[in-house]
Every structure is written in C-alpha cells, then in structure tokens.
Write a protein that binds this ligand. Sequence first.
Ligand SMILES: CC(C)(COP(=O)(O)OP(=O)(O)OC[C@H]1O[C@@H](n2cnc3c(N)ncnc32)[C@H](O)[C@@H]1OP(=O)(O)O)[C@@H](O)C(=O)NCCC(=O)NCCS
Length: 164
Amino acid sequence: MTSEMIIRPIAGPSEIESCARMMAASEPWVTLQRDYAALLRNLSSPEREIHVAVRGDEVLGFIGLNLHGGFVGYVQSICVAPQWRSRAVGRKLVAFAEERVFREHPNLFICVSSFNVDAQRFYRNLGYEVVGELKNFLVDGHSEILLRKTIGSLTEFRKKRTPV
Ligand SMILES: CC(C)(COP(=O)(O)OP(=O)(O)OC[C@H]1O[C@@H](n2cnc3c(N)ncnc32)[C@H](O)[C@@H]1OP(=O)(O)O)[C@@H](O)C(=O)NCCC(=O)NCCS
C-alpha cells in the first residue's frame, strides 16, 4: 500500500461499526465498561460528526466531535488503531479537529480518564489545559478530567466573526 493517509468524513455504517469495534477492544473504554453496542449507538447519533483517518481502505483512527449543547466544541471520542499508535495519526486528527472547530467556535473541550496517563500527556503536549475534575463521573473510582484549548473568549470571537 503506497497511498497517503487522508482525513475525511466517515462514509457509512460499516466504517461506524469498525470504529465502534476499535474502541470496544481498547482502553479506556474497557475499564469504562462501554461495550460494542453502547459505542455503536453513541457513534451513530446524528449529533456526532465523525472524521476518519484512512489509508486506502484501512481505517487508522477517527475523531468524533459534538458541536451541539452547552460546551460547544467537544471531542466526544478519539481512537487510533493499536498498530498505528505513536505514528502521529492522533496528532493529525486533533489538528484537523482544531481547524474544523475553531472556524466556528473558540473552544475545544476533551474529557480524559484519570487512569489514561498516556492520553493526558498527549493532550498536554498539544496545548490542552486542565479545567477541572469530574469525580466518579463515568464509573466509580475514576475521574474524568475536563481539558480545554481556546483561541479566545466567546465575546471577542463573535466580534471578529461579525465585525460591526
Ligand atoms: C491517545 C491517542 C489518540 C494518541 O494518538 P497517537 O496516534 O498514538 O499519537 P501521536 O503519534 O500523534 O502522538 C503520540 C506520541 O507519539 C509521538 N510521535 C509522534 N509522531 C511519531 C512518529 N512518527 N514516530 C514515533 N513517535 C511519534 C509523539 O511525540 C507523542 O509522544 P508522547 O507519547 O510523548 O505524547 C492514541 O494513542 C489512542 O487511540 N489511544 C487509545 C485510546 C485513547 O486513549 N483515546 C483517548 C481517549 S480521551
């Protein structure tokens, strides 16, 4: 396979199933007790906007965004296939999400589990700051740590988008 990796919108049910399988077999979702059926339901929600990193027919990883609700600009899930980790796929998915979200919203939020120290380092390196800790949020005994990267306050962002 000589083709380059590209990031594009998820194509349909079989890619959604392959992303749900990837998550169900991986931490942190194993510890968080999110099984395939729950993950598939979650990824199939019309509120999700999912982008996949692919090389040819192979899905290397994906990022799921939620651009609705109170804290707009939320990374709902990001997962890279185990054999593709530490090869900059995740970094490129986050950069893609930032480019996408920061056109319309000044914040990107992500929750990371307290036991997922590799992902915490990954986000810290990409400039994400800890906002707070949600104790016993998804499962007892573990926290979700809310992270944020911002390009400015909502007021200043709106002024720049709609100059008077
Ligand atoms: C967390 C995750 C999304 C990061 O994606 P990734 O593709 O592995 O990350 P990257 O390769 O972009 O960067 C990770 C590390 O690899 C290093 N790296 C980047 N390019 C590299 C390359 N070409 N060769 C080797 N290492 C490289 C980076 O410097 C980074 O170093 P760090 O460990 O000090 O942070 C991925 O590991 C994953 O899916 N983990 C399991 C699921 C998960 O935890 N998701 C997050 C839930 S909140």
